[in-house]
Write a protein that binds this ligand. Structure first.
Ligand code: HEC
Length: 258
């Protein structure tokens, strides 16, 4: 009897059909992809506002460190307004325009309130006369803002500034396992496009969450503290890390719980 022979043995065809069906079932639905894109946009807005506020502190560092000036006029509202101007220049966005009832609007408002609160709470330190370096630097400011943000909305979202493990100064900033794996397996690859964030729907604190990590690199202004010679104590009392301009020095980590 002459029958037609399949080009592939029958079990292989069945396996292919099965693979196709399983692949189809497992492929994320378009709505899931859209939700992920929304999450990514919200998370990047939080990262961008934090960065702008941090830049305002950085631009005012000489003033903050000036022992001859008492009142520096760097209250919470003023710093927030400057951060919003900068944010608008950088991204064209204004978080005040978001819907306060939406998750994004709520989170951005909580972050704006955190910025104002941290500045207002640190007026005595900032305005101290006859003290030069006061320890109020962008990294400390950002950490305080993120802590305050977590007090308000930590059940919904978290923002943290971390770094490769060996560079971390404050143990509160230590990367968790997910952050370390992204830093080591993705950001450290020679072909990773500089500045590109990594995001994933995964777990955080035992809950399903959207996570994103945004890499940042040392600029010349960082090196007085984080640069060469490694081990030399900087103005803040920490040993310098021996970093160079362009090295991966930081990562902003945002979690949005599902
Ligand atoms: C005046 C010294 C100084 C400068 C300049 C400086 N840093 Fe830092 N940095 C510190 C100190 C001190 C801490 C620890 C802050 C804390 O207690 O949370 C820190 C913390 C950090 C952290 C958080 C993780 C950790 O180690 O605790 C990152 C990331 C970071 N710095 C990156 C940078 C980058 C990037 C720049 C330049 C844009 C920069 N720093 C400029 C002193 C400095």
């Amino acid at each position: 009897m002459i029958g037609s022979r399949p080009a592939l043995p029958r079990p292989a065809i069945y396996a292919l059909i099965l693979l196709f069906i399983v692949g189809f079932l497992l492929a994320p639905l378009p709505t899931a992809r859209a939700a992920e894109a929304d999450d990514a946009a919200t998370a990047m807005r939080l990262a961008d506002l934090l960065r702008s506020a941090r830049t305002v502190i950085s631009r005012n560092q000489d003033l903050i460190n000036d022992p001859s000036v008492g009142d520096k006029d760097l209250g919470g509202e003023k710093v927030l307004q400057e951060a919003l101007v900068l944010l608008q220049e950088r991204t064209g966005e204004d978080p005040r325009g978001t819907d306060p009832e939406s998750r994004e609007g709520r989170l951005l408002r909580a972050q704006m309130e955190a910025i104002v609160a941290v500045m207002d709470e640190n007026q005595t330190t900032i305005n101290a006369r006859d003290v030069g370096f006061k320890g109020f630097i962008p990294a400390v400011f950002a950490r305080l803002v993120n802590e305050r943000f977590a007090e308000k909305v930590g059940n919904e979202a978290r923002v943290k500034v971390t770094a490769p493990e060996r560079l971390v100064r404050n143990r509160k900033a230590r990367p968790d396992d997910w952050e370390t794996s992204v830093i080591e397996d993705d950001f450290s690859r020679p072909d990773w496009p500089k500045g590109t964030p990594f995001s994933e729907v995964t777990e955080a604190s035992g809950r399903e969450a959207f996570r994103i990590l945004v890499p940042e690199y040392y600029a010349p202004s960082c090196l007085s503290c984080h640069g060469e010679p490694a081990g030399e104590v900087d103005i803040t009392g920490y040993p310098k890390e021996g970093g160079h301009e362009g090295d991966l020095g930081a990562a902003i980590s945002v979690i949005l719980f599902k």
